[in-house]
Ligand binder design. Structure first.
Ligand code: ADP
Ligand code: MG
Length: 314
């Protein structure tokens, strides 16, 4: 390809919201064999919503939600935000079906004064959070968090979580004073174009893979829905780059598509890192491509552009 062809392709990309950082990145994309997709916020909309609240003790539902929301209020995680939003609506309106903030919403709903005070908050990446409320330890997160903290998961709770996971939801467990007191189910729907893009990539001879920190059962349910047979689940934030490297071992060219802070090492490790959507500054910095429109179709656009610019047939 001539420098002019590269310049033209870069311009065409930019017009479609596909920012390409240099001619080398443009050239590498034609050779891509594997595209590794992050699940949350990349294949899915990243708009988690609470669908299920189950309290296993005599505790009042509103009290349970207030407790969990207080614990999660300091977390930046999308799951935490979904829980706080749901609990806030339940607290102020007693009507959790109202999930969107109406334009003239009661201002009260945005203040945090309704929550309990927490102390010694800590986020445990890939697992959840923990803190103290009124001197009592509360843990909110996945099985790994409970197991590591010595919390026993009774069979009826395990069964309940399995049921959520089989319907592509993430089960979030809540332990208070050493006992498992409840579970929340959170759903994060696929992006509308996700399945068609996966099909398109397969037709182009590109192999899609999904990687996620979420649990196996939820990951597999989502992967099945979107049409990806190969899934790597329960991957700790630092482990995503290792997944990339394992696919590069035989010399294959690997692209990674991701959005979050957790994904930056993987974006950097990939031959072609693609940051999708608003992303985070750090993800955008680590990427070779920035897909500004937050539309997965642009993964195909990017590969196409490279193939057309560098194909020897031309
Ligand atoms: P992802 O690849 O989906 O972005 P993360 O590494 O951020 O995954 O999280 C993995 C898992 O850890 C989540 O699916 C959830 O079970 C648990 N987790 C992480 N942060 C939280 C939190 N603030 N509250 C509850 N659970 C959490
Ligand atoms: Mg993520």
């Amino acid at each position: 390809a001539t420098p002019t062809a590269v310049m033209v392709a870069t311009g065409v990309g930019a017009n479609n919201g596909v920012l390409i950082k240099g001619g080398d990145a443009l050239e590498r994309a034609q050779k891509v064999k594997y595209v590794i997709f992050d699940k949350t916020g990349t294949l899915t909309q990243g708009k988690a919503t609470v669908t299920t609240v189950k309290v296993f003790t005599g505790m009042d539902r509103g009290e349970f939600l207030k407790l969990v929301a207080s614990a999660e209020a300091s977390s930046e995680h999308p799951l935490a935000k979904a829980i706080v939003q749901y609990a806030r609506h339940f607290h102020f309106f007693d009507d959790p079906s109202v999930t969107n903030d109406a334009p003239n919403n009661n201002k009260e709903t945005t203040i945090s004064g309704w929550l309990f005070d927490v102390s010694e908050f800590s986020a445990l990446p890939g697992r959840g959070i923990q803190c103290f409320i009124d001197g009592k330890l509360i843990l909110v997160g996945n099985r790994k968090l409970m197991t590591e903290s010595g919390i026993e998961i009774p069979t009826h709770v395990e069964n309940f979580v399995v049921e959520l996971e089989e319907s592509a939801k993430t089960g979030i467990l809540v332990a208070y004073e050493g006992n498992l007191i409840g579970v929340l189910g959170v759903a994060d729907p696929l992006k509308r174009e996700a399945a068609i893009v996966i099909e398109g990539l397969c037709k182009m001879g590109v192999i899609p893979i999904m990687v996620t920190g979420d649990n196996w059962r939820t990951a597999q349910a989502v992967a099945k829905e979107v049409g990806i047979p190969d899934v790597r689940a329960e991957v700790m934030p630092a482990g995503k780059a290792d997944v990339i490297r394992s696919f590069q071992k035989d010399g294959s060219t690997v692209a990674m598509v991701g959005d979050g802070i957790n994904d930056s090492p993987a974006l950097a490790a990939a031959d072609i890192g693609m940051a999708i959507g608003a992303g985070t500054d750090i993800a955008i910095e680590a990427a070779d491509y920035v897909l500004m429109r937050n539309n997965l179709e642009d993964v195909i656009t990017a590969i196409d552009l490279s193939r057309k610019t560098f194909s020897r047939i031309r």
